[in-house]
Design a protein around this ligand. Structure first.
Ligand code: HEM
Length: 507
């Protein structure tokens, strides 16, 4: 056969194959719309200057042009973004079994999470179920949470002392987030390791944890073609692995000292991890094994970070509200005065009576959720959402920040109005789990919803109530409270921390 005939036949058969594929095998649904993309690079190139720092602004802009579900391409992988609360409900609640997986983590994250053996990053399956159940049915079980009441009181004393010291030494408070983070860290370290750690010990753990958080961006280059960077950037890899080693050695010191000077009968997270058995990788006939030291470190680290940063950030916003709107602060105080019988401190058992305080906290979580996105989800099989394809090889995420400001869901969404959560308000009887409908989801929704949301709400109510009960918070003259936001690691904090003067309410 002549060469020209062979080429001709090849072209004909290739065209025929492509035609058949297009007709019979093209997916019935298309990816959600998005900006045009280039092969290999995707459309990340469309992100304008500054857009990495204002990713949410870019997504908002794209959503206004393309609709409530859009696709971005990072390289060849599609990344679906959802702004609409009903679509979020359809995915996370109604089709939770399909939308609850996590994508393969980046190489550096795999090191930090002991190969995705923590709750956040583990794939949807038996390991995730075991780890999550261990957290919820042990340390987060209501009776156990209650037993940690004295721990919370101890952390309150630390917090008040930090605020009073700054007020005394600087003449005003300007470092609220730092104080809140530190106090939360003391509390969570006690719940984690079962010990009231000394200030230097807490600082040592905080520093190790901070270095690991920084490493996500500092060593992100290692995630680009890792097989190449492992060779070309050996020194950088070594530096990163050494950082992880030192985090392990710091945390293991406290894991191993469990039992010396403990919270007595009160169970701590490490106790549960030491006795936990997890399914083996291959799931071979239900075999189980104990956690390795590295896995215990990853789980403790997750517990400390997940529970400290978002809670402290939420508290920073709530206290900023108290300073910015004295009227709201006054109502919170007057509610406590009228419902409770005085005393030095607001007790946990009284918090249930404070509906206005709860409304302020919910309104703050709506307007200023600590995280503006969820962790990335992945579908277990190709799925359809809002008539579009959500492919298995991509990721899907939800724009929590936008949902709280959606004018289709909230009346006058940019106004701070706690009354919307009270009787006759549009969100009266609001259910944080979003089982029936989602109006906002600062803690996510469905199977991957934050397991610590109940504990967080308790912390927010207890500490805010006591800070307002003990002190009157006033704006420093000439220093307006600015509610602009700034992304800092995983949370959205105040761009300009508020400044305030605090005056003891009783001598
Ligand atoms: C105001 C405080 C908090 C906020 C706003 C918050 C928010 C979130 C969000 C948005 C997620 C991701 C949900 C998803 O990907 O679908 C999450 C997951 C998680 N949170 Fe929280 N969280 C807070 C406090 C806590 C606390 C106190 C703990 C632990 C005691 C905790 C432990 C976790 C864990 C382990 C996960 C992973 C769940 C999973 O993948 O199954 N969080 N949180």
């Amino acid at each position: 056969m002549e060469i020209i005939t062979i080429i001709f036949l090849t072209i004909i058969s290739l065209s025929f194959t492509i035609f058949i594929k297009l007709i019979f095998f093209s997916p019935p649904h298309k990816l959600p719309p998005g900006p045009p993309r280039l092969p290999v690079i995707g459309n990340i190139i469309w992100l304008k200057k500054n857009s990495f720092s204002d990713f949410q602004g870019v997504l908002r802009d794209l959503a206004s042009r393309h609709g409530p579900i859009i696709t971005l391409h990072v390289g060849s992988k599609p990344s679906v973004w959802v702004t609409d609360t009903s679509l979020a409900h359809e995915a996370l609640v109604q089709n939770g079994a399909v939308f609850s997986d996590r994508p393969l983590a980046l190489p550096t994250t795999r090191v930090i999470t002991s190969n995705q053996h923590d709750i956040h990053s583990s794939v949807y399956g038996s390991l995730w179920r075991t780890l999550r159940r261990n957290l919820t049915s042990e340390i987060l079980q209501p009776a156990r949470v209650k037993a940690h009441g004295p721990s919370r009181k101890w952390a309150l004393e630390i917090l008040v002392d930090l605020f009073e010291t700054e007020q005394r030494e600087r003449g005003h408070v300007s470092d609220a987030l730092d104080h809140l983070r530190h106090a939360m860290f003391c509390l969570l370290a006690l719940m984690c390791f079962g010990e009231k750690l000394r200030r230097e010990e807490i600082r040592e753990i905080e520093e190790a944890q901070y270095q690991m958080l920084v490493s996500y961006t500092k060593f992100s280059v290692l995630n680009i073609f890792p097989s190449v960077t492992k060779f070309l950037l050996r020194r950088k890899w070594k530096e990163f692995l050494n950082l992880r080693k030192s985090q392990e050695s710091v945390l293991l010191k406290f894991v191993n000292s469990r039992g010396k000077e403990t919270t007595g009968d009160v169970l701590c997270y490490v106790d549960t991890l030491l006795s936990l058995e997890i399914p083996t990788e291959e799931e071979d006939g239900g075999k189980k094994r104990k956690l390795s030291e590295s896995e215990i470190v990853s789980l403790c680290s997750e517990f400390l970070n997940a529970a400290t940063d978002p809670t402290a950030t939420a508290m920073q916003w709530i206290m900023a509200v108290m300073v910015k709107y004295p009227e709201i602060q006054r109502k919170v105080y007057e509610e406590m005065e009228s419902v409770l019988d005085g005393g030095e401190e607001i007790r946990e058992e009284d918090l249930g009576k404070l509906s206005y305080l709860k409304a302020v906290i919910l309104e703050s979580l709506r307007r200023h959720p600590p995280g503006h996105y969820l962790s990335y989800h992945k579908v277990t099989n190709d799925a359809v959402l809002g008539g579009f394809l959500v492919p298995r090889q991509g990721t899907i995420n939800f724009m929590v920040g936008e949902m709280g400001r959606d004018p289709k869901v909230w009346e006058d969404p940019l106004t701070f109005r706690p009354e919307r959560f009270l009787e006759d308000g549009e969100a009266h009887g609001f259910d944080m789990t979003g089982t029936r409908e989602i109006k906002m989801m600062p803690f996510g929704a469905g199977r991957r919803m934050c397991p610590g949301y109940g504990l967080s709400l308790l912390h927010l109510e207890y500490y805010v109530a006591n800070l307002v009960w003990k002190f009157e918070w006033k704006c420093v003259e000439g220093e307006e409270v600015d509610m602009s936001e700034k992304q800092q690691f995983i949370t959205m904090v105040m761009k300009t921390p508020f400044k305030a003067n605090m005056y003891p309410r009783r001598k």
